[in-house]
Design a protein around this ligand. Sequence first.
Ligand code: BMA
Length: 374
Amino acid sequence: MKRKIFLGVCLSAFFPFHLLLGQNCSDSLASPETRALYRNLYKLIGKAILFGHQDDPCYGVAWKYQSGRSDVKEVVGEYPAIYGFDLGRIELGWTHNLDSVPFDKTRQFIQEAYERGAVVTLSWHLNNPLTGGTAWDHTPGAVASILPGGNMNALYTIWLDRVADYLNSLRGKNGEFIPIILRLFHELNGGWFWWGKDQCTPEEMIQCWRYTVHYLRSVKHIHHVLYAFNTDKFFSESEYIQRYPGDQVIDILGCDVYQGNTYKDNLSFAQFLNKDLSMLDNIAQAHHKIPALTEFGYNEIPDSTWWTKVFFPVIASHQIVYVLAWRNAGKKPDGSVEFYTPYTGAVSASDFKKMSATGKVLFENGINSKKIYQ
Ligand code: BMA
């Protein structure tokens, strides 16, 4: 008996068993491509960081829906390694999302991204089911209302049916489902969305996550999804984990951190990001999940060396497997300007290209060669 224990201790000293633990995604019935995606992303931990961009092929700072265009590609010569899109308003049966992106176009872009061997993540700024207001209508009670037994549960299941129909329409050339990282109830420790921390208890949020995954997985039989849990900025590991619904329903652990507001200058942002990513490394390792910076940005990137002097040194010293820059909306109807990756001629463009040449941050070519769906 003692010898067996001794042998076990010796073996585990030389073999990283903890790595094996994380090699399976949370859905035991996941499709082969989805399982491969999870396994391959897991293998990238500590080795590479995929660069992602929200709505990348849809529009850029001075263009909209021009075939083949991408602000990222025009600066670094390659499309991103990961694409983000948003499902907001699909729940209402609309043909386009809250930022006027047609869902048909999104489907086409998702298929093209998959063909290029890239990763796709979807967020969902769904309306408030209780009031009919937007995602930002934080009237309390909406989370409780969609749980089984709640007044809005029937409506919520109709909304999930529409999401499931859309997910089922995402197919590759051989009819296989395209794996999707679904990032639900994002920034749930903030107070600005109806699913935020002041609008529901931790127990209600946990139940809401579990119910949603159960519905998509077991009622709608969706098995090509990895689920991403994410907070906004957070200040302790216990805060992060307070509303975590559990390892059986989550695959990716993320947080959203922007430069601006509280963390305006480079140093305070870098220090804060570094702290959050250190905590995220610990939590992801303890739960055998994949860590990611699920949203980030410094609006308009006014600093010509921000990428290599501020952002890269921090992300490169952590375990995150991807970073997703938010959208290049350009000039918005209200007159404000929003973009998080440089376009040709922007002040940080050459520095962004310099970061892409480090080899640690991967774009299309880097991800394509990894064959992540096999
Ligand atoms: C926000 C802004 C908004 C947008 C929303 C959902 O951060 O970019 O303009 O409508 O995300 O994409």
